[in-house]
Design a binder for this molecule. Sequence first.
Ligand code: NAD
Length: 471
Amino acid sequence: MHHIEQVYINGEFVTPHGTERFDLYNPATARVIGQVRLADAVDGERAIAAARAAFPAWSKTTKQVRIAALQRMHAAVAARHDDLLAAVVEEYGAPASRSAWMASYPAEVIAQAIAALEAFEFTTVAGAATVEMTPLGVAGLITPWNSDAGFICGKLAAALAAGCTAVIKPSEMSALQTQIVTEALHAADLPPGVFNIVTGRGDTVGETISRHPHVAKISFTGSTRTGKAILRNAAENFTRVTLELGGKSPTLILEDADIRQAVPLAIQAGLMNSGQACVAGTRILVPQSRKAEFEQALAQAIAVVKSGDPRDAKTVVGPMVSERQWQRVQGYIQKGLAEGARMLAGGVGRPEGTRDGWFVRPTLFTDVHNQMAIAREEIFGPVLCVIAYRDEAEAIAIANDTDYGLSALVLGGDSGRARRVAQQIQAGRVLVNTLTHEPKAPFGGFKHSGVGREMGAWNISAFMEPKSILG
Ligand code: NAD
């Protein structure tokens, strides 16, 4: 059993004021594997005060000092790779296809921030003015459970690069992963208070951070619903926000697509991170003229996807993170059937050969129209919809007929045509015939998928305010 009894404030592991114990589960067995003592609003206040006290000195550090600090963080996080790998399997149920990335990405994203900081121009000239990029102050970093260490490290590295200090509120469901990252960051020997980590509930610690007048910036990754609540709270103090929210991303298969290439990419895009990915391509748009052919190939491909024990190297889809998430996925599969969609693969219940864990059957619906709940709402599980379109214009219209706009995938034989289609899709990122992510490019959403961009100089700038000095 794991017992996490402390939070991290002002450079020290301390016993929180909060006394609530929260159970941690192994989603592959549905058994309790530990407990975390949660921070409360008082702890949130203490963490903000520590970050505020550390801000004047940190905001004046040179680029070299910040690069050196980030390099120490990078080395310390990289050194905990194996512990992180074990934790993302035990606490999150990430299968091999995901866990290797989840264990190495936290260090990688710090390395990317170092490269961006090295190239970052803090002072530029605009006509007669000198423009100085000025750090905002204390940053509140609020993160979800589906890539705990990666989000903590990415947001923190950018905030510190900008000269901000930080209070981090990770998901209460990821306390094991957070503990490893916190120990690593502590070993990086940054000045006390520069970063603080308080695991607690969203409606206590999260609210304290997002409403606090001494917090100048919130960088949040999570659901669109929580993003809206944060945006409302932020209005009170004009707190700056970066919001990375949900998605219902289209995979648009053009008429000239090679079925052998398109189908594996479409399935992979839809099922990544066991379907618990904000960018998952959950709406697969196929031409009416080739509908039957694609239905058959997609159904065959999803039927052989192994959903089960994350420690089995062949597993592609691991368990859902919690019972609540499992119920949510079951509910949407039932809803799809009730709405009149036709199921080509999967269904309610657990996959064969699994028992206690929160395992789900990768599910494929067809005859879906874009107004059905399963086509409009983010399910956050491996449930994919096939939607037929008549021509390219209708395909683009369906792709864009969504509240979301985080990511999209266009698959086609003529890459010039596929790129022209990509240009018409309202999403922060459109992949054309590839699933390869580009960490140097800005990442974020249109519409209800968020506000602002992360990665590279975009993320560093998001923690700063330009100041023009004239005369
Ligand atoms: P969530 O919104 O429930 O929680 C995210 C974080 O916000 C948690 O730390 C939670 O405790 C905190 N929180 C909850 N209520 C709060 C409040 N009122 N004030 C402040 N903080 C509060 O999301 P989740 O279920 O943990 O994660 C899944 C969601 O995250 C999905 O919708 C997914 O699409 C989204 N997501 C987006 C991205 C992206 O980059 N766009 C990446 C990953 C996940």
